[in-house]
Design a protein around this ligand. Sequence first.
Ligand code: HEC
Length: 190
Amino acid sequence: MMHFRIAALFALLLPMAQGSDPAVTFNRDIRPIFSDKCYTCHGPDTANRKTKLRFEIESGAKIQLAGKRMAIVPGDPSNSEVYRRVVSDDPVVRMPPDYMGREKLTDREIKLIGRWIEQGAQWERHWSLIPPLKPATPTAHETGWARNPMYNFVLETFGVRRSEALSGSQPPYFDPARQPGFGGSAAHAG
Ligand code: HEC
């Protein structure tokens, strides 16, 4: 039973996380685009590299190009050659290049790159090099229910953002009287 309830909580929390408009994260959102769609010609492989532009390291991506153009101007997508190239519909300009048989990036990918540059084009080290951080455990309002720290995280998020904030109504199986944190008791757990 308990496992079912936890699964139900996550099923509710997932769309909430997606519904908000979180900051674009380099490792999660941008690095995969560069590596899937750009590395072949602007990546670690020197033999394949088409220009000095390379996207696997920050110093290779944020460079000045011919004619004083900048590849990436943090905060300014329209003056960033990278953005100008991926958003373009001109087959001569667009990257990945139409003239080499490559598809245009998806709207979602283009928007992510634009928003990333707009938000300051923060680079991150590869995730495998970043030491994991242990976040502080939130205080649970009903400590009797929480069996281990994971429960505190679930309770905190669930208590702060209720499902009705998103959908305007509660899911049919949602019974506040049975939910810890909503005045329900822990007696039903398990
Ligand atoms: C199949 C090879 C290929 C792929 C994949 C590719 N490019 Fe290019 N890129 C080129 C070539 C060739 C040039 C040089 C000719 C030109 O400017 O069109 C270039 C030039 C550029 C330039 C201008 C660089 C300069 O020195 O002026 C930018 C910016 C750029 N690419 C961005 C991207 C981005 C971003 C991606 C991925 C979304 C990408 N490219 C994917 C081949 C590629």
